[in-house]
Write a protein that binds this ligand. Sequence first.
Ligand code: ATP
Ligand code: MG
Length: 422
Amino acid sequence: MRQSQLFTKSRREAPADEVSKNAQLLVRAGYVHKEMAGVYSYLPLGLRTLNKIVQIIREEMNAIGGQEMVMTALQDKDLWSRTDRWDDEKVDNWFKTSFKSGGETGLGITHEEPLTRIMTEHISSYRDLPVYAYQFQNKFRNELRAKSGIMRGKEFLMKDLYSFSKDEAEHDAFFVKAREAYLKVFTRLGIGDRTYVTFASGGIFSEFSEEFQTLSEAGEDTIYLDEKKGIAVNKEVCTDATLAKLGLEKEKLIEKKAIEVGNIFNLGTRFSEPLGLLYADETGAKKPVVMGSYGIGPTRLMGTIVEVLADEKGLVWPASVAPFAIHLVALGKDGDDISKTADALYADLSKTGVEVLYDDRDLRAGEKFAESDLLGIPTRIVVGKDAVATGMFEVVNRATGGVEKKSRADLLSCLLPPASCS
Ligand code: ATP
Ligand code: MG
């Protein structure tokens, strides 16, 4: 893509109304637009990154047998009343409104209820189980806190998967697989080295739920981490009794701030019983389906990657989620030799299938480099006077700042995907 065609503009100054690093940088770089506190639109660059995060999660959910679908945002009051989760006294973050024809509705905060009801039409026998279904869908929550930028939206994207199993054993086997799949997701997103399985409250049949917490000073959670074992306990459940159960020793734990990027729950029959999701076992006896829920926040993850990887110059994306693999920065003017060389290289690079953002605009070099640093594309190729004279192009690694010189032929051969030029 030619940058002259990109409608978004970056800005030099951080927006005055943003306190979090993720929102400041993403707004400055033109990745997102703030509509209201905790409500963000995703602009072309931001959407490219978000879609890559989504695709990585999708691949890992498909790999463990997940079937993708999508449910509605508008929710049925009667359904949620049956599980006692409609009342504002019980769930305090609904956005509710009413129909012109009468009756109330709410915007989905999560989707256990509607999916359980859908499954009553598709699951009736042990032969129909297990089932794993998931979606990427915007959730709406009337969140009070709004200091974390895109990490705590009032409208935000969630991947929610729900498992439907015959019994606890079948549930537990899948739970382990889901945990492994989540860890793979975080590794592919470049935050695997600082994301830990963390025991937390909220388990229904099991005692704990498991959160995935990414270490960061920007986190809203406090966890106690056993670095050697690679597991942690959320402060809210960190009692002597819990530690004993988990085989952890207080002296070996360190207190850390962390961001909850995902969590997985054993729901038992909390939803299947009230909503009548039963199956007939081998003997014909009716039993409630055992459920689990598995959430990840792609938008919170995008903010988390910014929080932990960005530097003083701007965003730094891992190759797996960068909006483009290459930022081709030309320092010429329309029609001069530099522009012609850059145009030709852009055409050649594009043929390899590598995603290139081509800065073909007529701006000062310093301005272009500062903006390139802000955008955070992993590899920058510079086309200036030197490149025209010598045929060697400067290749800059955004994350390390390392600089190399490469010929056109070298660039093209190392750029055949997966790109690994630095
Ligand atoms: P938190 O404790 O941070 O409020 P939660 O425990 O309510 O989150 P879940 O309901 O389990 O979160 O949601 C699953 C995932 O969705 C979370 O792990 C997180 O990644 C993401 N998520 C939850 N709330 C938000 C939000 N307000 N904005 C962005 N992402 C969110
Ligand atoms: Mg939580």
